[in-house]
Design a protein around this ligand. Structure first.
Ligand code: GDP
Length: 303
């Protein structure tokens, strides 16, 4: 299926590393566990999450006395899945409330991570699901950003609200939400500029956008979606931590997992950040965005 194909590079890399880690050994012992630890860390899983996985396996080996290395992949799959067991944030994509509309999604993330593409893919999915969608081009700093969003709006068949280059992003957001209310739209997706190098500036701008939208729809924003480039592995993880400090991020989308061997990062990000991963990007086409599920991801990785 799509997930398996999309994750091919990561899968191959992880399986190769695990195979290497147990090469020539029939029993899971300290040396094998050390090797597996190294394999997970170098697969971008994240140090804390890796240590947690290893200590789970250690406990299991201590209990079962003799564990054959041939069982290791399935043990890894079980123990990593168990990390996510009962995760209250586990879900498949956004959950739309039935007590109000429009559902307002503000999208944040640094330039180049795939923000515009993700917005286009989401708009398309929601439209296909029968929802009425409006996009807002509140990244007014780059002409290319507005143009790109308009291209995606056309592809998805949804309107894009924009103003002149350099205009106030909060004003664009206000217009977009107002347009959505007036036209009875179900979903609003607002693109914002991603300038992490100026954290205070970014914080102020995002706060202003939020406050202005609330004047039109008190519940807005329903979601602040942070888009991360999965092909940057641990960098994506660090970037997420910084954004979470700058604003109240409620969900994550991790892009470009199709072209990378660093998809293991999703495990650490999902486990450690306390912000649910809602979507993953597996290609450049309009259909290449999947609602994310922790356990499905792990299943697919170790299959
Ligand atoms: P933005 O600057 O964050 O808005 O980034 P864009 O949406 O313009 O995307 C930057 C580049 O990443 C474009 O070439 C996209 O086609 C590409 N891209 C975005 N998402 C994905 C994905 O899931 N997989 C792949 N392979 N490429 C992607």
């Amino acid at each position: 299926e799509v997930l398996d194909t999309g994750l091919q590079k990561t899968k191959k890399s992880v399986i190769d590393k695990i195979t290497h880690a147990i090469a020539g050994k029939s029993r899971v012992d300290d040396e094998v566990l050390d090797n597996v630890e190294g394999a997970l860390i170098s697969s971008d899983v994240g140090i804390d999450t890796t240590l947690e996985i290893i200590s789970r396996i250690e406990a299991r080996v201590a209990k079962e006395k003799y564990v054959n290395t041939s069982e290791l992949t399935s043990i890894l799959k079980e123990e990593i899945s168990a990390l996510f067991a009962g995760d209250p944030t586990e879900t498949e994509g956004f959950v739309f409330p039935d007590d109000h509309k429009p559902f307002v999604i503000m999208v944040v993330g640094v330039n180049g991570v795939g923000k515009t593409t993700t917005i286009g893919k989401l708009a398309y999915q929601f439209k296909q699901a029968g929802l009425k969608v409006v996009l807002g081009a509140a990244d007014t700093f780059r002409a290319a950003a507005v143009d790109q969003l308009c291209i995606w709006g056309e592809r998805a068949g949804v309107p894009v609200i924009k103003q002149q280059m350099g205009s106030d992003p909060a004003s664009v957001a206000f217009d977009t939400v107002s347009h959505a209310v007036a036209s009875g739209a179900d979903v609003v997706i607002i693109d914002t500029a991603g300038r992490l190098h100026n954290k205070v500036g970014l914080m102020n701008e995002l706060t202003k956008i939020k406050n202005v939208m609330k004047k039109v729809v008190a519940t807005a924003p329903d979601e602040i979606l942070l888009v991360l480039d999965g092909s940057t592995g641990q960098n994506a993880f660090e970037q997420a931590k910084q954004f979470i400090k700058a604003t109240d991020v409620t969900s994550l989308a991790i892009t470009k997992l199709d072209g990378t061997a660093k998809g293991g990062a999703v495990i650490g990000i999902s486990h450690e950040l306390n912000v649910p991963v809602r979507y993953i990007g597996l290609g450049e086409q309009i259909n290449d965005l999947q609602p994310f599920n922790n356990r499905e991801f792990v299943e697919s990785l170790f299959e």
